[in-house]
Design a protein around this ligand. Structure first.
Ligand code: SF4
Ligand code: SF4
Length: 370
């Protein structure tokens, strides 16, 4: 491959080359694998761990893995995880306190030392969510040390989506199905192999290690057609990209009560959402009082404790909690982060046990605004 080439074609049978190149550069390879009836990110030992021929059927309140004779490794939309748990740990120690023999307290911050990690198979919606999480955790006066340490070690191998789920609507939020930025490498999967392009100097370094063929115009055309088709296949959409005024102008809309009658306040939607970042902090002192650990763990705006302030709960019922989730994500984020907090991944629809569909709920309010 000539020095200045930043793309090429990797035959399907040579995909192991990519994993070997990443491993050779010191990365732990993490990618999609099927476990417990879902597609989850896990450490890859080899290409055999990737979900060849796997498709996923998703609909409101339903997620089903299907196996086919196909050879494609990335013929699915997404699993319940995004990149979020790899960066914003579900539970971690932030700092510890230790009491010395003399009775003094010593405090120490816990900063993780993660291995360099290459994530294979990242979708456009999840890269958009990562950009938002970066903004929240890093682009602030006090960047988050743990998130930052993990983020610096991340190498992202994205894959353009060709088979969206019934629940996907990233085309309507402008975040997919084609990847446009934020990756080190991006793949287009064709029947015979992969078009592979670099998006960073780290990506260039990995491409240099691969034996690639030139990309033909037919292959390029097939890849473009596939993502255009994937966008056209999406049946859901939000009623607009900026719903701030609609939602804040309809805080007393009767539809909030309709959703609350079904919603279980379980918080599944916030757990699977790749942009949700609420957490709580708690201390775990040793029984003898000689030390204490200060933890951070994921929380949800659907829990009672999340809005508990000095003796009372600000949002005591489900109507107020669901309204908070939606008005913040689709409204307040425009003020905080300059865009909506929804990237159209559809996870909250599939993983809601009662099948509440964010696009339908907002659509109902948009159809009969106050
Ligand atoms: S609100 Fe739902 S569809 Fe939007 S990003 Fe979160 S989980 Fe995905
Ligand atoms: S909308 Fe669904 S997933 Fe979210 S809290 Fe309510 S029942 Fe649970």
């Amino acid at each position: 491959m000539p020095d200045d080439v930043t793309s090429g074609f990797l035959p399907g049978q040579d995909f192991a080359q990519l994993l070997a190149a990443l491993t050779g550069q010191g990365y732990r390879c993490v990618g999609p694998t099927v476990r417990d009836g879902a597609l989850v990110y896990d450490t890859l030992q080899g290409v055999r761990d990737l979900p060849a021929g796997v498709h996923i059927q998703q609909s409101p309140g339903s997620y089903r893995v299907e196996f086919s004779q196909g050879k494609r490794l990335f013929g699915w939309a997404n699993g319940p995880q995004a990149l979020k748990p790899l960066l914003f740990a579900p539970r971690e120690v932030l700092w510890q306190a230790q009491r010395t023999a003399g009775g003094e307290l010593h405090f120490s911050q816990e900063i993780p030392e993660p291995l360099p990690t290459a994530v294979i198979g990242v979708r456009a919606c999840d890269l958009a969510a990562l950009e938002l999480q970066d903004r929240h955790f890093l682009e602030t006066d006090v960047p988050d040390a743990g998130y930052g340490a993990r983020r610096r070690q991340l190498f992202l191998v994205a894959v353009n989506c060709t088979r969206p789920a019934e629940t996907c609507f990233c085309a309507s939020t402008g975040d997919g199905p084609a990847v446009s930025r934020g990756y080190d490498l991006v793949l287009d999967e064709l029947d015979e192999g992969f078009i592979i392009r670099s998006g960073s100097t780290s990506g260039d370094g990995i491409l240099d290690l691969l034996t690639l063929q030139p990309v033909s115009p037919q292959q390029l055309g097939a890849a473009t057609d596939a993502t255009v088709r994937a966008a056209a296949m999406q049946g859901r959409q939000l009623p607009g990209r900026n719903l701030r005024d609609l939602l804040f102008g309809n805080l007393d809309h009767p539809h909030w009560e309709v959703v609350a009658a079904r919603c279980l306040s379980c918080g599944n939607c916030t757990s699977v959402c790749p942009t949700c970042f609420c957490y709580r902090e708690l201390d775990q002192p040793a029984l003898g009082g000689e030390s204490s650990r200060h933890y951070r763990e994921w929380d949800s705006c659907f829990t009672q404790g999340h809005s508990y302030i000095h003796g009372f709960t600000v949002r005591p019922d489900t109507r107020l909690r669901y309204r908070q989730w939606l008005t913040h994500k689709l409204g307040g984020w425009h003020d905080q982060y300059g865009r909506s907090g929804c990237v159209g991944c559809g996870r909250c629809i599939a993983w809601c046990p009662v099948g509440i569909d964010i696009t339908e709920e907002v659509g109902a309010i948009a159809a009969s605004p106050a």
